[in-house]
Design a protein. Structure first.
Length: 395
């Protein structure tokens, strides 16, 4: 029972349920408490976002090995391309399918939320794009100069940020979501849309399998080897990821699955599987893109334009590489661009966080299973480099 109560998804769902029930009983005094709670918790969350980006992106870059820079660069490139490819695939699905879901625009029928009496602003130390640019510059600088003391300092900073995420951000999320859903329930905008979100989750699950088929088909064509020789071993890893919602907890099973394959080499998979488990989040990116488009139509009455979505997906792919290894890490790392690029307010953030959490385990399973396809691509790439090196030596 204690394990269930401490489960993040259980707490988020409890927050949703309490918020929906509470919304119908809000009076002026309770409304002011809920409004102030939502604002302060939202400020704390957004304050942590640039710190998350700085800590995790710098640490990820400094772990690259200059001696294996070609293979590592290729690995980072295909992980990024897979993530943004999944994002663009998801956006195309969104533009085609979301308008067909018959989402009612109830903006004119909503009850009015009063102005907030108490407001405490906690501005972030710097903006999202500043933190991303700073992280890239510092990480590359450390890599080029081999500044080990600074690398260790940022590893410690990453550990501090992860501690803040686990002990502050994740514990306050249920209360943040509860306050948002209470206000959405009070307005009357959420009750009629719950079936829509269940449909959206099913669409995303199907899209995960389609994208995995695309990845393994590309890997098979590039390597000229049968991708089924990898995929057939990944059942236990997929189920473990669904059950644990954690790439780290699934790592041992994923390594075992990859090493069982006849077309992958352990010398490659012992590097790629742990590496991709941290930077390859195609399933999470696919999910988030489709969900933010749905939330945009539900709450704001319109889908984001295609230019906005292109920018959002390209940035989301970068944030996914440095996302913290916690449930919902991708969406947490991208909160800054959800607000700055898409213009979401607290209600949009809370709704996105909630429906993302409901399927996070399947997104993780998609990420992990996709790592096998990328490992096949890296195996073929490394073989090509070895042949080129041998020819050069002979010459």
């Amino acid at each position: 029972m204690k394990k269930i109560v401490n489960n993040t998804i259980f707490r988020l769902l409890l927050g949703v349920i309490i918020g929906l029930l509470l919304g119908g009983y809000l009076n002026d005094a309770l409304l002011q408490i809920i409004l102030s709670t939502r604002h302060i918790l939202g400020q704390v969350i957004l304050f942590l976002v640039p710190l998350i980006i700085l800590g995790f992106v710098v640490s990820s870059i400094t772990k690259l090995d200059k001696d294996s820079i070609k293979i590592i660069s290729f690995s980072v490139l295909i992980a990024y391309l897979s993530s943004i490819g999944a994002g663009f695939f998801s956006s195309i699905l969104g533009y085609e399918l979301i308008p067909r879901l018959e989402i009612a625009n109830t903006a004119n029928d909503l009850r009015e939320i009063p102005a907030m009496l108490f407001k405490l602003d906690i501005p972030p130390v710097f903006g999202v794009m500043t933190s991303l640019t700073l992280a890239l510059m510092i990480g590359i600088g450390i890599l080029w100069t081999d500044a080990r003391p600074l690398e260790r300092a940022f590893d410690q900073f990453k550990a501090i940020v992860l501690l803040l995420v686990n002990r502050i951000l994740i514990p306050i999320l249920p209360f943040y979501i509860m306050s948002n859903f209470a206000l959405l329930s009070y307005e009357g905008s959420i009750q009629s849309q719950l079936p829509v979100f269940l449909t959206v989750i099913l669409i995303v699950l199907v899209a995960h399998f389609v994208w995995l088929a695309v990845l393994y088909a590309i890997a098979g064509i590039y390597s000229r080897k049968n991708p089924w020789e990898i995929l057939k071993h990944y059942g236990p890893a997929y189920l473990t990821a669904v059950g644990t919602m954690s790439s780290a907890a699934t790592l041992g099973v994923a390594l075992h699955a990859a090493n069982q394959s006849k077309v992958l080499h352990p010398s490659i998979t012992n590097f790629t599987i742990p590496f991709f488990s941290n930077i390859h989040l195609c399933g999470s990116v696919l999910t988030e893109v489709f969900f933010v488009m749905t939330v945009s139509l539900v709450l704001y009455g319109t889908l984001p334009d295609f230019g906005t979505m292109i920018l959002f997906i390209l940035l989301l792919g970068i944030f996914a590489i440095g996302a913290p290894g916690v449930p919902g890490g991708t969406v947490m790392a991208s909160l800054g661009i959800i607000t700055s690029v898409l213009g979401f307010d607290d209600a949009g953030i809370a709704l996105t966080l909630t429906i993302f959490a409901l399927q996070d385990s399947f997104g993780t399973a998609c990420n992990i299973t996709g790592d096998g396809a990328l490992s096949l691509l890296v195996t073929k790439f490394s073989e090509g480099n070895e042949q080129t090196g041998e020819e050069g030596e002979m010459g």
